[in-house]
Design a protein around this ligand. Sequence first.
Ligand code: ADP
Ligand code: NA
Length: 331
Amino acid sequence: PQRPRIFSGMQPTSDSLHLGNYLGALTQWVALQESYDALYCVVDLHALTVGPDPAVLRERTRRTAAQYLAAGVDPARSILFVQSHVAAHSELAWLLSCQTGFGEASRMTQFKDKSTRYGQEGTTVGLFTYPVLMAADILLYDTALVPVGEDQRQHLELTRDLAQRLNARFGAGTAVVPEAHIVKATAKIYDLQEPTAKMSKSAASPNGIIELLDDPKVVAKRIRSAVTDAEREIRYDPEAKPGIANLLTIYSALTGRDVLAIEAEYQGKGYGDLKKDLADVVVDFLTPFQERVHGYLADPASLDDVLADGAERAQELASGMLDRVYDRMGL
Ligand code: ADP
Ligand code: NA
């Protein structure tokens, strides 16, 4: 029997993913490969919404793919590909945009946030229709489950509404209605300097972020300078002690050890001890990770082969769904 299908992707909008992307998304993707039929995509068409330099976009797309591989996305088991290599994404997005209400799209809170940030001139129509493209990404593969963070919940709801609308207008079985896949155990990682804000590439200062391709010495220094609190006790309390709780979360996620066990080990020790040991843990993770990434980037022909093979397999799956929708829409 076929295993349930999942789809997920990240935008190639930075040179390096950060530790939040790794612990909150990539480790989950890798684990999901065991029991699901997974497609993992570098969503470069989405990245176009903010007008990247072409050479930079191309490079970031490759680096993002290399980081998926280094994290353990296995192209023998999952389909790893670049969104723009499969034209069906753009095609289905148009078909779906003609099924999406203008008012419905206008209610997307992420668009409201971003258009406020970019202003009238900087805000593209692509930024507005971004959630429709995301719906196409998902529906194209008859996806059953979508691992999503909280910030994408509303977009997934739109995707579900569109799938139901297609089925109502064009016949049952036109689209599979996907479910959100929320893994409770997924770590949410916070900014080292501002531990109540999530670690994000759009943070004001780089000092709060651990980028996966950063120099390990710089990372160790950032961990040692992480904001904590005026107490001395190492205790997991995200409300009262967000800085220490964040460090414990990272420690636990990277070692697989229980937070309580780590807490017990640091009874009577100082914040400096925890930070020093955590810096070692992070560096021990980053060093081989970076070696793997650089290995993939140093062999562009092999990386191209992996991505071409992924695109071919994705294309084959996508064409079934797209042909069905064209036909049912009278095209
Ligand atoms: P960013 O917030 O840096 O722009 P994205 O929004 O591109 O990151 O997120 C890509 C993936 O990484 C999503 O699945 C998202 O839920 C996850 N993610 C991003 N930041 C964090 C974080 N600080 N902690 C846990 N997961 C995160
Ligand atoms: Na984001």
